[in-house]
Design a protein around this ligand. Structure first.
Ligand SMILES: [Zn+2]
Length: 395
């Protein structure tokens, strides 16, 4: 049996927006047809704007219990990493599970249908198995010394296999960040990815990162030495920029989600896109504000020729895992980004980055994208305001 929803405005990502359009779905949420017909009356009315399900391209569900544990603006990125190291040593598994379940539900209710989730352990497996959200797990590997590379890589593959054994086969390896990996580890991960495997890396998040990667000095070095990491073994990245050096090495990562980009500039974007045509530029503006108080140069990302996606990062550096809240901050930081482009970043682009764009991201027959209602919005001339909010249409 079909269900029909009519809305004031529908963003389909499959042609121009539809005024007073109607979406027909079957009981499984699969879209049967999309049409406009003033004489058709057998529908449920959805006030406001209807969009496909949201995609959170970068999250760490396993850190959900750390909400509020690290104050905002604590001595920049080095200070943040210092606190993460000390807090992670004392994880309470029950508190972590409870927080993950609550936040998975909050993401589901807001209309998030897919998440790119970084995992360092198997603790998220049970939540992901039960969730109505599609998770692509990026098993994270790190280790700044070549001597550690083999064992860190093997541990990563073992953890990846745990997800596969639990029927969570949407999983791949991801390097943590340029400051925490060795050249050998990059090569091992790249070889393992083969071609066309999604991967992810944190990049260009702060000056601390760039100073350490180029010259092995600065506040990050001090934190790493405090925790007795093998800083002396780290190979500086000295060819071009840190971002370009990494993109050059990770040739098999496609899509490759580049997370943060606070320090990314236009020349780097252009050069990187020439090296790898399947790059996704992930913005996590709330986390950036939380950790360093800085923001990416959003005007360089305001283009349909770039694959921009939206992530929340973790609750260690954010107050929520809401993609809609991220869009509000992006809009506040740069009000020149068109509404439809923002929706695209948070829906179809994320679906592509997680290789789910054959069923998610578009309101189109044959797709099952999930439907999301945006309320408190001027649907005649939509702008993302702080009063607006989203909810999943439960079929
Ligand atoms: Zn992250």
């Amino acid at each position: 049996m079909s269900i029909f929803y009519k809305s004031d405005l529908i963003i389909t990502n499959d042609g121009p927006p539809l005024r007073e359009g109607i979406v027909e779905l079957n009981e499984d949420g699969l879209i049967v047809s999309v049409f406009q017909d003033d004489s058709f009356h057998d529908f449920k009315y959805v006030e406001g704007v209807l969009i496909p399900g949201l995609v959170n391209a970068h999250c760490h569900l396993e850190l959900s219990h750390l909400k509020g544990h690290i104050p905002a603006h604590t001595n920049g990125m080095a200070g943040f990493i210092d606190q993460i190291f000390s807090l992670r040593a004392n994880t309470n598994d029950d508190a972590c599970r409870e927080a993950m379940i609550a936040n998975d539900k909050a993401m589901y209710d807001e209309g998030i249908v897919a998440v790119g989730d970084i995992s360092n352990s198997s603790i998220t497996i049970d939540v992901k198995k039960e969730s109505g959200i599609h998770y692509h797990t990026f098993v994270e590997v790190m280790g700044m010394s070549d001597a550690l590379a083999e064992s860190r890589f093997e541990n990563g593959v073992q953890l990846l296999n745990r997800f596969v054994e639990n029927d969570l086969s949407s999983v791949s390896l991801a390097l943590h960040a340029p400051y925490s990996i060795s050249k050998k580890l990059i090569q091992l991960v790249n070889t393992y990815l083969k071609s066309n495997s999604p991967s992810s890396i944190h990049i260009n998040e702060s000056d601390d990162e760039l100073v350490f990667c180029k010259s092995k000095v600065g506040p990050l070095k001090e934190v790493f030495e405090k925790y007795k990491l093998p800083v002396q073994d780290f190979d500086n990245l000295t060819q071009e920029t840190v971002l370009i050096d990494v993109v050059k090495e990770l040739t098999n990562a496609a899509p490759l989600i580049l997370v943060h980009n606070v320090k990314t500039d236009l020349a780097e974007i252009e050069k990187s896109n020439q090296l790898n045509a399947n790059l996704y530029w992930c913005l996590c503006v709330q986390a950036n504000e939380y950790i360093t108080g800085q923001a990416p140069d959003l005007k360089i990302f305001n283009s349909d020729s770039l694959n921009v996606v939206v992530g929340t990062d973790s609750l260690a550096s954010n107050t929520n895992l809401s993609v809609w809240e991220e869009l509000k901050i992006i809009s506040r930081l740069n009000n020149q980004i068109p509404f439809e482009r923002l929706i695209k970043w948070a829906t179809i682009n994320g679906a592509k980055a997680l290789q789910q764009n054959n069923k998610l991201g578009k309101i189109k027959p044959g797709y099952a994208p999930g439907l999301v209602q945006i309320s408190n919005i001027n649907f005649e001339n939509p702008v993302i305001t702080f009063d607006s909010f989203t909810r999943r249409i439960k079929i």
